[in-house]
Structures are given as structure tokens and as C-alpha cells.
Ligand binder design. Structure first.
Ligand code: GMT
Length: 380
């Protein structure tokens, strides 16, 4: 198949899923064309079968807001025509599904068919999508998509309820490549790599996000502050975003700044995650929680919140521990109880990896997308 993929190319779960999907599809022999305003950050440019088409957005003094969605629609139609794409797959409904709808219509008048699949990721439904200025057009584009998938049962239910969407939505969960995201089996190598982050007797707690308010990064620092009061530990924060400065201030105020490491945006998180003992994900909301899945594949369980689609991923008490939003004290106690009980932690680490392998491995989930594309292509 020849597949066009559009996503937000910046750091964020939906862009990561779209990029990893493109890489996996190309590895299966499909031709993949990314169409976006810049190259997705996890795309190296070296992958065979993958092409990148930039969307130029020209400005004009009259435009207070350059119309990216129109430029995207034009580029989608062009790329589809010139490369004979079979379908478009857009990630994050706003504005991508609207642009795809326009591209489909532009090609229809030329007698060309260009179906599109929209994948809903989270805030396109639960936050941004609910804004009255976006809701009617987003609902329309979802309804008119040739196929719609959502990354969790939770998000599917939210879309049907909050958007009054009446069409079918297929749940295709997020996935992880369990060969790329994997524990370091050579224990001497793991110990050596950990020594670059912490002393041998120290626990390593990690956080990975885009540091948006919904991630509650400040809670991460508060949880760690209580842990490090009891046992030797280091906190490694991977990513960047609006709440980084608040988290840095808090680490200084609490006198733990020397043990809190802000690593900024990292391209190879698969090399960092396996070094951690626990991931902290105290989010206000996660429609799935991709960071937790990537950690689980690396044998790292999460201390997380019981929100959105997270309980579909983490089995509380078995492959991680779940709490209510803001339960900082309980989350610290949960982390401490695991770190003080190596056998229990090891059992949880095993369960986390097994869950990733058995239910969320790319080799299981990507074929679901392929079958879904085929059903969309055959359904005319
Ligand atoms: O979190 C966001 O602001 C949007 C989005 C993104 O691009 O990172 O995150 C959503 O999609 C991820 C990938 O499917 C999910 O793992 C996240 O749980 C989801 N975020 C929310 O629902 C808040």
C-alpha cells in the first residue's frame, strides 16, 4: 500500500505513535509518505520506503493567522496524486481530519479516490476538541472520515458521548516495538550505564513527558522529595515544556536540586528508560499513557494515576500502581514500598514487560492497522 501519514511532528505522544507506525509499515514493505510542516522528530531520514513532504505555509501581511490547514490540504492532495497514495492516515483530529476531508474532495472532482482514516489521540477530543470553536467542524470531519480509530476504549466512549458521533470507531491501541524498547539484559552494562546517573546504591526514578500542565510534573518532584527523604535516590526527568521551570523551582525550594536531573528532550529514550527502577506518571489525564507503555517494555513499572485509558494499560498491583490524581503521599508510599521490596519490584518488572509483549507489541498492533486500512479500501 501507499500510505500518507500526517501528524504533529513535535515531541508528543500522537506524533511518536504516527512516526513509529510509519516506520513499522515501511518495514512491512508499504510505502509511507509523511506530510507535515517539519520532519517528525523520531524520523531519521534514513528509513527505506519512507518519504517526507514538507508543507510550506506562506505568510502575507493580511493573514494574522497563516492558514496551515489549507496549505496542508493542498499538499495532501498533491502528494496523493503525484505518488498515487491509496489512503491518508491522520493522527490527532484537529485540524488534520478537516484538511484530509478537503484533500479527498479536491481529488474526487478529478475522479480520484482518496479515503482517509482519522486516529483520535486524546486532547483532540477531551480538551481542544470540546472548545466550541472547534467542536462542530471536528465532529463533522470525524463523522465524514472513511475510518476512525481511537487509542483506547476510554477515548472511544468519550468521543461517542461528548461529540455525539454516531459512526463506528475501531479501538487500535498504542503500541511499542519490544525489540527497540527492551531491558538491558547484560547486567554489567546496565550497572555501568546507571552509574552515569546515580551511585550504585541509589534508586533511579524517571519521568517522561512534554511537561504540559496535564502531566503534573510538579507532583513528580513532590513524590520524589518524599522518596529521597527515606532512601538514596535520583530523579531523571526527560522532556521539556511549559511546566519545566515550575518543577525546577520546586526542586530548588525543597533542597533536592542536586538529585533532580532535567535532561531536556532526548531522541533515544529507549536507551534511558531501561536504566530506571520506576516511572512516575502522575498525570491529570491520559487517554492511553504511551510513556508508561514504553517504560513497561523496558521492564520499568509505573506509579501512575487511575485516569482515562491508563487502567486499560496498567493492571493495578500487578504491572504498576495506580492512584487518584494528586495523591502525592500515597504515590510516594507506593514507590517506597516497591523500592524496599526487591522481590515484589522484580515481579512487577516482569509483569510490565510481559504485558507490553503480549498485548501492545508493534508486531501485534500494526497488522490491526493494516487490516483496518484494507477494510476501508474495500468498503466502497
Ligand atoms: O497530551 C497531549 O496533549 C496530546 C497527545 C500527544 O500528542 O501527546 O497525547 C495523547 O496521545 C498520546 C498518544 O496516543 C497518549 O499516549 C496520551 O495519553 C494522550 N494524552 C492525553 O490524553 C492527555
Amino acid at each position: 500500500m501507499r500510505i500518507g501519514i500526517t501528524c504533529y511532528p513535535t515531541y508528543g505522544g500522537s506524533g511518536v505513535v504516527a512516526t513509529e507506525l510509519g516506520i513499522e509499515l515501511a518495514a512491512l514493505g508499504h510505502e509511507v509518505h509523511f506530510i507535515s510542516y517539519s520532519q517528525p522528530f523520531r524520523l531519521s531520514g534514513r528509513d527505506e520506503g519512507i518519504y517526507y513532504h514538507e508543507v510550506p505555509v506562506s505568510s502575507y501581511p493580511l493573514f494574522e493567522f497563516p492558514p496551515y490547514d489549507l496549505a496542508l490540504a493542498s499538499r495532501m492532495a498533491e502528494v496523493a496524486e503525484f505518488n498515487q497514495l491509496d489512503l491518508l492516515h491522520v493522527h490527532y483530529a484537529i485540524p488534520h481530519s478537516v484538511s484530509a476531508l478537503l484533500a479527498r474532495q479536491m481529488l474526487a472532482v478529478k475522479g480520484r479516490r482518496l479515503p482517509f482514516v482519522t486516529t483520535l489521540h486524546g486532547t483532540d477530543i477531551t480538551l481542544v476538541g470540546l472548545d466550541r470553536s472547534y467542536l462542530p467542524i471536528t465532529r463533522y470531519a470525524i463523522q465524514e472520515s472513511d475510518g476512525v480509530t481511537s487509542i483506547s476504549e476510554y477515548l472511544k466512549a468519550k468521543t461517542l458521548e461528548d461529540f455525539g458521533v454516531t459512526r463506528g470507531i475501531e479501538v487500535v491501541t498504542n503500541f511499542v516495538n519490544c525489540d527497540v524498547y527492551a531491558p538491558v539484559t547484560d547486567l554489567a552494562k546496565r550497572a555501568e550505564a546507571r552509574r552515569r546517573l546515580a551511585a550504585p546504591d541509589e534508586a533511579i526514578l524517571m519521568h517522561l513527558s512534554n511537561f504540559r500542565p496535564v502531566k503534573r510534573v510538579v507532583d513528580t518532584v513532590k513524590i520524589f522529595a518524599q522518596v529521597v527523604r527515606e532512601i538514596p535516590a535520583q530523579l531523571v526527568l526527560v522532556g521539556d515544556g511549559p511546566d519545566r521551570s515550575a518543577a525546577e523551582w520546586l526542586a530548588h525550594d525543597l533542597g533536592i536540586a542536586s538529585k533532580v536531573h532535567f535532561m531536556g528532550k532526548q531522541e533515544r529514550v529507549n536507551e534511558l528508560l531501561p536504566l530506571a527502577d520506576l516511572l512516575l506518571m502522575p498525570s491529570e489525564l491520559e487517554s492511553f499513557g504511551l510513556a508508561a507503555l514504553e517504560a513497561m517494555a523496558c521492564k520499568v513499572p509505573s506509579i501512575a494515576t487511575r485516569v482515562g485509558g491508563v487502567p486499560e494499560l496498567i493492571d493495578d498491583g500487578l504491572s504498576g500502581l495506580l492512584y487518584e490524581v494528586g495523591e502525592v503521599d500515597a504515590m510516594s508510599q507506593g514507590a517506597l514500598s516497591l523500592l524496599r521490596n526487591p522481590d515484589r519490584l522484580e515481579a512487577m518488572r516482569d509483569a510490565a514487560r510481559k504485558t507490553a509483549q503480549k498485548r501492545f507489541c508493534a508486531s501485534l498492533v500494526v497488522p490491526q492497522y493494516v487490516r483496518y486500512y484494507e477494510s476501508v479500501l474495500n468498503s466502497h
